[in-house]
Design a protein around this ligand. Structure first.
Ligand code: UDP
Length: 473
């Protein structure tokens, strides 16, 4: 009988938002299921203190692929990532050919399915890791049909986009690559959905109770499941629980500041690893926070003109220093820092987000609704202000407000959000006994149940492992 450990090779596309949940998946497979894991990553891994010996967790950084000759300099973020992953195939092939592939399976994240041909070549079962919602997966898989059936731009429609068995998607909430069908990213997105259908299974960072109807549709709706083809395993929430990213609790000024604030009194404001805003929007946000009179901890990024909301995705875009007054002085309203110094803290550097959200004095979260941030917020029972910027974040915001009932959202989808509306949203989320807080608590409890031994996500992961073992015999 074969006794060596199962080995998962996980391919990770650029972006901290892609790397973090893959690291959580690796941790779960190693700690609870006795795997060895190799992460092949196109992101320079953050300086986390990894919890495992190098024999169990091996992180291989792929050399950057030269995409300059095959891509327009103004290409969208989505296109850049898709092309980089395609152009990385020879490096991925080399890395696979050099490793011990005994009892090895291949997991690619959503941008990596074009490397399935390599998994076939090396005779490895191949799975997708989709780090987001079942709803986003269903749109992605169904887009190949919408592509044939819908004429004109999706955003010009007045009717929602229908996905069999699932909640429809309002045209204004479609994912970025569907905003303009003439752009290369649209074809990349259609291709991504088709690629999922080539896998042996799809792992999702969600759980049964949160998205039961959509998960059922992905499995049982004839039209949708015939596109997805493979079993769907809801194994989430994989959330930032064990990222010891060099956080020295006693010396981290955000945490020591939070220690001095009353329980559930502080709104944490952050727009992910790369979200940026215009100067006018930063000004309105600053005024909205100040006028609300509430306490806040704001991870701010210098504004970007031209409205490119994902401008800092590859760089993080932070300034240095704790408060970096000289950076902030250039774009925050005159006197803002002085007037709010008793209730607010503003930082520009990378924040220890998971530790911050876990702090008892945090009472609400203003977020761009990246799925990792969303999970990190709702698993701490935090009501949210949903402020989507790019990617699938508008769908996530719609889910949080309309379905989960844990968030408020601005009426302004694309136009400038004004200070009075921001002030009101902050007030309603930070209200002590608001129904969103209760609902967030219920979701937090259902998440914990899903991942405990015998819970739905725990069972799903076991089913996935059984499937791997049967294919590797
Ligand atoms: N993050 C962090 N510190 C920061 C900004 C972001 O730790 O200052 C982490 C955050 O906790 C989350 C990830 O970066 O795990 C961002 O992923 P998400 O899906 O929320 O959004 P993205 O950045 O991919 O748009």
């Amino acid at each position: 009988m074969e006794t060596s450990k199962l080995h998962a090779v996980i391919l990770c596309s650029p972006g901290i938002g892609h790397f973090n949940p893959i690291l959580e998946l690796a941790n779960t497979l190693i700690l609870h299921h006795g795997f060895k894991v190799t992460i092949l990553t196109a992101t320079t891994p953050p300086a986390y203190q990894f919890l495992h010996s190098p024999e169990d967790l091996n992180i291989v950084t792929l050399p950057p692929a030269d995409i300059s000759g095959v891509i327009d300099a103004n290409a969208s973020l989505f296109t850049k990532i898709a092309v980089e992953m395609r152009q990385s195939r020879s490096n991925i092939r080399l890395a696979l050919s050099e490793m011990d592939r005994t009892r090895t399976l291949f997991i690619a994240d959503l941008f990596g399915t074009e490397s399935f041909e390599l998994a076939d070549e090396f005779r490895m079962p191949k799975y997708v890791f989709f780090p987001s919602t079942a709803w986003f997966l269903s749109l992605t898989s169904y887009c190949q049909v919408l592509d044939k059936e819908v004429e004109g731009q999706f955003v010009d429609r007045t009717e929602p986009l229908w996905i069999p068995g699932c909640k429809p998607v309002r045209p204004e909430d479609v994912v970025d690559p569907m905003l303009d069908r003439r752009d290369q990213q649209y074809m990349e997105y259609v291709r991504m959905g088709i690629g999922f259908g080539l896998s042996d299974g799809i792992l999702l960072n969600t759980w049964e109770d949160l998205e039961h109807g959509t998960l059922e549709a992905l499995r049982k709706n004839e039209e949708l499941s015939s596109l997805v083809k493979a079993p769907v395993y809801a194994i989430g929430p994989l959330k930032g629980s064990c990222r010891a990213d060099g956080c020295d609790r006693a010396r981290d000024s955000t945490l020591t500041w939070l220690d001095r604030q009353p329980r559930e009194s502080v709104l944490y404001v952050s727009f992910g690893s790369g979200g940026t805003m215009s100067a006018d929007q930063v000004t309105e946000l600053a005024w909205g926070l100040e006028l609300s009179g509430r306490r806040f901890l704001w991870k701010v990024r210098p504004p970007v003109e031209g409205g490119q909301a994902d401008a800092a995705f590859f760089t993080g875009g932070s300034g240095e220093g704790d408060t970096a007054e000289e950076i902030l002085g250039k774009f925050l309203p005159h006197g803002f820092l002085t007037r709010t110094c008793n209730v607010g803290m503003v930082i520009t550097r990378w924040a220890h987000q998971v530790e911050i959200l876990s702090h008892p004095s945090i009472g609400g979260f203003m977020s761009h609704c990246g799925w990792n941030s969303t999970l990190e917020g709702i698993t701490k029972s935090l009501p949210m202000i949903a402020w989507p910027l790019y990617a699938e974040q508008r769908m996530n915001a719609a889910f949080l407000t309309d379905e989960a009932g844990v968030a408020v959202r601005s009426k302004e989808l694309l136009a400038l959000k004004k200070r009075d509306e921001i002030k009101n949203m902050v007030g309603s989320v930070m209200e002590e006994n608001n129904p969103m807080r209760k609902r967030a608590q219920e979701i937090q409890e259902s998440a914990m149940k899903a991942i405990e031994v015998g819970g739905s996500s725990h069972k799903a992961l076991n089913l996935f492992i059984q499937d791997c073992m049967s294919k590797l015999q």
